[in-house]
Design a protein around this ligand. Sequence first.
Ligand code: NAD
Length: 331
Amino acid sequence: MHTVTLIPGDGTGPEIVDATVAVLEAAGAPIQWERKEAGLTAYEKGRDLLPEDVLESIKRNKIALKGPLTTPVGTGFRSVNVALRKELDLYANLRPAKSYTGIQSRYDNVDLVVVRENTEDLYAGVEHMVGEDAAESIKIITRKGSERIVRFAFEYAVKNNRKKVTAVHKANIMKYTDGLFLSVAQGISEEYPQVKFEDRIVDNMCMQLVIKPQLYDVMVMPNLYGDIISDLCAGLVGGLGVAPGANIGKDIAIFEPVHGSAPKYAGKNKVNPTAILLSAVMMLRHLGEMIVAKKIERALAEVLAQGTRVTYDLGGKATTTEMAQAIIEQL
Ligand code: NAD
């Protein structure tokens, strides 16, 4: 039995989290949940946005499944999502993008994995005005940060029987920062002769992905390129409602959908549970629960392929709970 911290989140978060918990329980996944409130739901009860017991629970269990958390704009409210990644040093953002029959998209056989560095680059937040009419943002790339993310990508490739890692960069222009990232990637690739290695300049990478995504497998890149390319890849396989993700550190991992809390649909039992369910499937694989992970993914794939009991964004009329029920019946 694995104990997992469960953060339902807010907006539509609790609805898709409940649907996911129901599917995992019906599939017999050996999980015991430790439910914790963070973000708006905690704040409205007079607690911290990121209460200490939530962090403690994640540190103790080393694993969490998380619904989306709203970050209100213009209130000085800091993003709990970003705080969690920083506090727990979750340096790798893993975003698979895979086609499923029944989900309308441009290609049928996409199976990509974006490994995005989560802590450095232009996201380090070193930004300031220079006088009144100019602004500077400093791009930080370190050898340590590059080594651990590239090693993560190769280890992921080996464990998941992936054949190729592509390092994405703009080292032709940013010779120091991206140059360092690329040279670290080239060095580490020599330790993994069983995995093919290549590099692509980021603009060319975007074009290649749009024209022939089947040529790529695992891609590893600094933070900003990762942000953009992972959404591009989500778009290639049907968009946000089906895009799972994980933030992973040395010992701790948080699994969560890429999408946000979709507040306009909160309480309407309407949104698609697929992205968070696929995140839970990634979590089960991370825990070594391969058989139950496969069983759930197959049942979901079958419901998607039938296309009748799916949510509005996939062209169906099912509610969140009806779609979850269809998956449970398929199990
Ligand atoms: P969003 O992802 O919530 O919504 C974007 C669009 O996608 C909307 O039209 C929404 O209805 C739709 N959508 C999202 N999830 C869906 C699903 N599961 N099924 C069907 N349709 C879905 O993005 P946003 O509106 O920019 O952000 C809303 C809030 O979420 C903001 O406060 C933002 O800060 C937060 N957010 C949180 C996370 C996170 O917790 N990791 C990630 C992104 C955004």
